[in-house]
Ligand binder design. Structure first.
Ligand code: TRP
Length: 414
């Protein structure tokens, strides 16, 4: 058994070898950006001793070697195929978002039904959310929101965004007031993505659960047995009962009647809902879909993303020092693993570079060895820096008045 310091020393050697391939500045910059993209401080990552290779995907733990096809299989959702993407493009008369056409948002439940509904001129609304556990959102957190913005623009539909300050109090043991403060800070980042102010309602759980919303929470919770919650979320007897109730709080916004103010001026009882989210949120909505028919509600549809391949998912709960470049090349990685990790910059590029022709060109050059990983990283830095800079400027322009406006309950209009 090798001890920890020995592992660290060997890692250092590997890191130095790898780093010397590229210019130092580039390596530092890329690590900083990759941190922003792949930072997974909310997720407990696999420990260094990768004895358990088995993948675990719950809303709180994502570990093991993630095989996204297996996740689909295990959860029972469907893969988004070319014909579905074509249909989205046809119906919205615009090119699908890169995250969709390059397979980052790759799974769904009932997306076809939402499209049927849209095609026949009926309404639907979008619902997504964020558990505020950090001061500001990094690029990885922004991805679902950037995608949701595209959906709102393409389909011209109302959007509700839940800030689950309660969730982070329960799971992260953050102080209640701190989760509220972080929530408001996160709302600024969300607004900076450019959502339509007249068509977007952002709300915190603490501020909203009551009235119609709470009636639905109770209806939903009353359909879920302790056994069901335990088997879906892996709760044990030690779990607090707050954990038992929270899934119903996250489920409630999937049903339009939870909102006392109408989302549409001519709203009838049931408006179909589409939820863009990362696939780790699927267990919540699987449950939600199970209970929907029992309450005469429509099952929410889902459009689900993969996780970002984490270059720096560390052995020790994700917190690494800045000097620890490329630290996620583990000592027990095989040559194939390392090669795969070296390919991650290209994967990132394929999610962020809009230009299909340029990406195709880079793919060819890189594949045939005329471009190095370092070259790919350089281009990635440019592309991502532009996105990050644009976001920083937009966020700086978000005022407290804007936050209040987005968070005021009001009817939303098309
Ligand atoms: N549980 C999510 C998180 O930890 C927050 C959330 C609430 C959410 N409602 C949602 C995410 C709906 C996606 C869709 O960040």
């Amino acid at each position: 058994m090798i001890d920890k310091t020995e592992i660290e020393r060997i890692k250092q050697v590997i890191v130095e070898k790898l780093s010397s391939i590229h210019t130092l500045k580039c390596v530092q910059k890329i690590n900083q950006l990759v941190d922003e993209i792949a930072g997974q401080e909310e997720r407990e990552t696999e420990s260094l001793s990768s004895s358990s290779e088995e993948q675990v995907v719950t809303p709180w733990v994502v570990s093991g070697k993630i095989d996204h096809d297996k996740v689909i299989e295990k959860f029972g959702c469907k893969r988004i195929d070319e014909s579905l993407i074509d249909r989205v493009e046809r119906l919205t008369s615009r090119r699908a978002h890169v995250f969709l056409r390059r397979g980052f948002f790759y799974a769904h439940r009932d997306l076809d039904k939402i499209l049927d509904c849209y095609e026949s001129g009926k309404k639907f609304y979008l619902y997504t959310g964020r558990g505020p556990s950090s001061e500001s959102l990094h690029l990885g957190h922004l991805i679902p929101f950037l995608f949701t913005k595209y959906l709102q623009e393409a389909f011209k539909v109302p959007l509700v965004i839940q800030i689950t300050d309660d969730e982070k109090k329960i799971w992260k043991k953050l102080e209640k007031e701190e989760t509220k403060r972080l929530g408001r800070e996160n709302v600024k980042d969300i607004i900076a993505c450019g959502f339509d102010a007249s068509n977007t309602f952002i709300f915190s759980s603490y501020a909203t659960v009551g009235g119609k919303f709470y009636e639905n929470v109770v209806e939903i919770a009353d359909c879920i047995t302790v056994n069901k919650a335990n088997s879906t979320f892996g709760f044990t007897g030690e779990a607090s009962t707050a954990k038992m109730i929270f899934p119903s709080v996250q489920a409630a916004p999937s049903f339009s009647s939870s909102f006392p103010h109408k989302l549409f001026p001519d709203e009838k009882k049931n408006i179909p809902c589409l939820i863009p989210c990362a696939i780790d949120q699927d267990p919540y909505f699987r449950l939600t879909r199970d209970v929907a028919p029992r309450l005469d509600f429509i099952k929410p549809a889902l459009i689900e993303s993969k996780f970002f391949p984490a270059l720096r998912a560390s052995g020790n709960n994700g917190k690494m020092s800045a000097s620890d470049a490329n630290s996620a090349i583990y000592i027990n990685d095989s040559a194939a693993d390392i090669k795969k990790k070296e390919d991650i910059p290209f994967q990132y590029l394929s999610f962020f570079l809009e230009d299909d022709a340029e990406l195709e060109h880079i793919k060819k050059e890189y594949g045939e060895g005329r471009m190095t990983t370092g070259d790919v990283k350089k281009r990635l830095v440019q592309v991502v820096t532009e996105i990050v800079e644009r976001h920083r400027m937009a966020r700086a322009a978000v005022t407290d008045e804007m936050v209040d406006a987005f968070m005021t309950p009001r009817p939303l209009f098309e």
